[in-house]
Design a protein around this ligand. Sequence first.
Ligand code: PGA
Length: 253
Amino acid sequence: MRDFLVAGNWKMNGNSTANAELVAGIVAGVPEGSGFSLLVCPPFPYLASVVAQAQGSAVKVGAQNVSEHESGAFTGEVAPGMLGDIGCDYVIVGHSERRAMYGETSAQVAAKFQAAQAAGITPILCVGETLAEREAGTTEMVIDEQLDAVLGTAGVDAFATAVIAYEPVWAIGTGMTATPEQAQDVHAHIRGRLAEQSAGIAAGVQILYGGSMKGENAAGLLTQRDIDGGLIGGASLKAEDFLAIANAAAQAK
Ligand code: PGA
């Protein structure tokens, strides 16, 4: 059986004081039990201090973005090796905000995915459709294009050390959560797409749901067969809210 991963995407929020308080609250409230892990993804400047603060606890640390390049003249970019160097375990790649606002293409996301893995960092690959795409009935087509870009370059075996996050764009930060059934349908589709190439890899890969997940709706989502955790934005900024989802994961096991 797959473990749950409950991941907080802090986006561009916080400061030293607020972050220290948030991490302390999360570390102090990690639910008892096994079968799940917790992850926080702060903005770059705070990664090292959050790594230090979370050391020895059950809370892992990840970044929100990474360069596809190893090193060199790429002003303003952060290399995957640097993330490993300071103790990051994960990195989010292809978040819809990066695709939409910074023009990241699926090919570029695939390159970031591979660069992260080469540096020993586990990529969390985000995929998801916009409302217009859902209404046009193209959800699966959109997801397939985003997924195939990575499958085509990295190969299915790369998903042995990767996480996928299904994040319907219309549900992100809107309070409009996908229903458990809507989410489950897409999660099953994603797992099926991988299973066409490797049943073993498909069975093992964690697929997280993201988009207005909170304490009140977490249990309904996490008890779906193919939902293995959450990528949480808004509700990851308060220890109490994040822990409510962590508790739902601990109980859903
Ligand atoms: P949200 O964000 O939980 O605030 O909807 C999720 C995400 O963008 O990862």
